[in-house]
Write a protein that binds this ligand. Structure first.
Ligand SMILES: Nc1ncnc2c1ncn2[C@@H]1O[C@H](COP(=O)(O)OP(=O)(O)OP(=O)(O)O)[C@@H](O)[C@H]1O
Length: 237
């Protein structure tokens, strides 16, 4: 097959970084990272504490500003987008859900409302059903368990109809039961909606359950990229 023909069979690359770097003073925190993430793919960013995983993730929606290199979203320099529009397209969930005070439905409505769109009660309920929280719209956010709150934060991100979902250790504050529920939900959502997901974890077992591919970070650099087995140099089973 010609290389052009082969390229046509490749899933579309939605997110691409080119020599992406982040330094503070003399300290290089993210060092010339080049990688692509395809539509429908879960890429786990794995590595020891302090290896630059979260900093890398924060560069992908400009929560931190790159000091070198480029990020392309759907083929375009992401700086061409206003930060608010960028963060709509590149949703993020974090370790702690950080719900806004008030009802669950208000949390789900937040993103669209910022753009002047009021979503209907039915649309809110559909978002909540998608994360396993049917009927939760009128609950106060403060009364939810950690796992439920994390589901609301996922629904809140999805209400913005993102193309990329960033997740920074989204289960590290949860017990094992909630953790496996959130892992399954995230994978299901990414596959069903054909999102592009970059998820930071320091947990190899979680990467094994979640990742299509893994980027192994050390000292701010990618030192391995591929399936987990390839990156860990495991024998083929
Ligand atoms: N704004 C900053 N100024 C100075 N140093 C920073 C800054 N942000 C991050 N660092 C340092 O850069 C390194 C990488 O931090 P980062 O949080 O990205 O690592 P991580 O791999 O996500 O770690 P963990 O798994 O512990 O969350 C750390 O040594 C951190 O202290």
């Amino acid at each position: 097959m010609s290389s052009a023909g082969r390229e046509n069979l490749m899933p579309e690359s939605i997110l691409r970084t080119e020599e992406l770097g982040y330094s503070v003073g003399d300290k290089v925190i993210v060092d010339a990272v080049s990688l692509t993430v395809a539509q429908g793919e879960v890429l786990c960013v794995l590595g020891p504490s302090g290896s630059g995983k979260s900093s890398f993730l924060r560069l992908l929606n400009r929560l931190a500003e790159p000091t070198s290199g480029m990020v392309y979203l759907e083929g375009k320099d992401y700086r061409e987008l206003a930060p608010r529009e960028l963060r709509r397209r590149v949703g993020m969930i974090t370790q702690q859900a950080f719900l806004f005070p008030g009802r669950v439905a208000e949390n789900v409505r937040f993103g669209p409302r910022q753009r002047g769109q009021e979503i209907t009660d039915d649309a809110v309920e559909e978002c909540l059903r998608g994360v396993g929280l049917s009927g939760y719209g009128s609950r106060q956010g403060s009364t939810l368990s950690g796992g439920e709150a994390q589901r609301v934060s996922i629904a809140r991100a999805l209400a913005n109809e993102p193309v990329v979902l960033l997740a920074d250790e989204p289960t590290s504050a949860l017990d094992d039961f909630s953790k496996s529920g959130i892992e399954a939900l995230l994978r299901e959502i990414v596959k069903a909606r054909q999102l592009t997901c970059v998820m930071v974890t320091h947990d190899v077992a979680q990467a094994r359950r979640m990742a299509d591919r893994v980027a192994l970070f050390r000292g701010g650099r990618v030192v391995g990229l591929g399936t987990l087995a390839e990156v860990l140099d495991e024998p083929a089973s």
